[in-house]
Design a protein around this ligand. Structure first.
Ligand code: IFM
Length: 477
């Protein structure tokens, strides 16, 4: 009997960045060392009832002291890139004035260690840890925070631009604005729809000004971006009302950032949907121009699709709709929209596993912005991982999740998306915001009492893909 030749494995291009991501507050710890002051997340964690069992990022997974061990792990796993964030209160504790050298030195050492291991550092300037002093002065709803952010960006760019070539301004500004100031499930925990819209605008403005500031201090070869958690939207049914719900959530979930950042204006329908809340007078003449800066790549964070209907009837309880719950809405101007559990298997977050959403986002962006290279800056899943009797951690569901999403990226590339890299979320189990340490997203298991790191079976599988550039199927698939 003649054997049928096996189909070639999907192959990613040479130079594709194979990475994993973390963020400062979620992994660093060392919350009071070397001049670091409180961020809004330190304050939020200390507020009773805000974070699962009162967990905090004070120690987190102690990456601040263990980064050398963590870079060794990355090298063992064949990673070619590491995406981390710079802690604003560590390098500029009050959010104003000169930088603290000890804070910057940590990132210098981290970048040097990465470069020595042949791993490309990819830095994010803001992953939600606003210095508390700036929140006390008004936070992101206040215009001055955008100015402070540009100053901070310049300080960091100037100090680290000789070592770091890939930069993002903000990570998931939707969460900063709408979970932080709208639903209040994230720090600083405010529940004011107008404050949330103001915050979105000042995050946009901060992004644009930071890009300009960075261009002024970084070498011309630096590659600048922003990382957005775009919502892959699906209507519950084909009804006109459900289609309109998609349009509304697309406006206040995606185009509120994509519009000004990539096209130079807020969408008209967003302004109309929120006109009963605000006249948007906080947008000043010239702001659109400042925000609309050329970018070298766009970061896309994706976990699960979002299913919506035109009425709230039959909607899922807030904690299960994929947006972190809370009693106030994170969707100004979309009060009637219902959020539904997407079909399919679920992760420990309750999020449906559906890689077609990632394909939808990447091809949609490629269609609208064909010149803009893309990177998947976050993608991954939480599961209830446990250390087995043999000391290993077997997580076949995570391997299947990563495989399916990488296959979706490969398909999106075949369909025209220029995707240059992939960052699994996360390198390490870490502080999952309001869920504390209860949810584990890591490729590497962390024992939160001893801080021992153990690569999970998914990490071994991912290492094979990163080393070969070929998407070989997980055992059993
Ligand atoms: O842990 C977060 C990360 O900080 C931002 N994106 C989503 C991840 C999982 O919830």
């Amino acid at each position: 009997m003649a054997l049928t030749p096996a189909a070639p494995l999907p192959r990613f291009p040479a130079g594709f960045l194979w990475g994993a991501a973390t963020s400062a507050y979620q992994v660093e710890g060392a919350a009071a060392e070397d001049g670091r002051t409180a961020s809004i997340w330190d304050t939020f964690c200390r507020t009773p009832g805000k974070v699962f069992q009162g967990h905090t990022g004070e120690v987190a997974v102690d990456h601040y002291h263990r980064f050398r061990e963590d870079v060794r792990l990355m090298a063992e796993l064949g990673l070619t890139a590491y995406r981390f964030s710079v802690s604003w209160p560590r390098v500029q504790p009050t959010g104003r004035g000169p930088a603290v050298q000890q804070g910057l030195d940590f990132y210098r050492r981290l970048a040097d260690e990465l470069l020595a291991a042949g791993i490309t550092p990819v830095a994010t300037l803001y992953h939600w840890d606003l210095p508390q002093e700036l929140e006390s002065a008004g936070g992101w709803p206040g215009r001055s925070t955008a100015e402070r952010f540009a100053e901070y960006a310049a300080l960091v760019g100037e100090a680290l631009g000789d070592r770091i070539g890939h930069w993002s301004t903000l990570n998931e500004p939707w969460c900063s604005a709408f979970l932080g100031y709208g639903s209040g499930v994230h720090a600083p925990g405010r529940t004011d729809p107008v404050a949330a819209l103001r915050a979105a605008h000042h995050l946009n403005l901060g992004h644009g000004r930071a890009v300009t500031a960075l261009r002024g201090v970084l070498p011309a070869t630096a590659r600048l971006s922003v990382a957005l958690n775009l919502h892959a939207l699906r209507p519950l049914t084909g009804s006109a009302a459900d289609q309109d719900a998609v349009r509304r959530i697309d406006a206040v979930g995606n185009r509120v950032f994509l519009g000004p950042m990539l096209e130079g204006a807020y969408p008209e329908d967003l302004l109309a949907d929120t006109a009963h809340l605000t006249d948007w007078a906080f947008v000043r003449p010239g702001d659109h121009k400042e925000i609309h800066q050329p970018l070298d790549w766009l970061g896309v964070n994706y976990y699960t699709p979002t299913v919506v209907s035109g009425t709230p009837e039959g909607a899922a309880p807030a904690r299960e709709d994929g947006h972190g719950g809370g009693t106030a809405s994170p969707w100004p101007g979309a009060d009637q929209v219902g959020f539904h559990r997407a079909p399919g298997e679920r992760t420990a977050m309750g999020w449906a596993v559906d890689p077609t959403g990632l394909h939808q986002l990447l091809t949609g962006l490629a269609h609208r912005h064909p010149e803009l290279p893309l990177m998947v800056t976050e993608n991954g899943a939480a599961y209830h991982d446990e250390v087995g009797e043999d000391g290993g951690v077997d997580d076949p569901e995570r391997t299947a999740y990563l495989h399916a999403h990488l296959a979706a990226i490969h398909r999106a590339a075949a369909d025209g998306a220029d995707v240059r890299g992939y960052f699994a979320w996360s390198l390490l189990d870490n502080f999952e915001w309001a869920y504390g340490y209860e949810k584990r997203f890591g490729l590497v298991h962390v024992d939160h009492s001893t801080l021992t790191r153990t690569p999970k079976s998914s990490a071994r599988w991912y290492a094979g893909v990163a080393r070969s550039g070929e998407l070989h199927p997980p055992v059993g698939l």
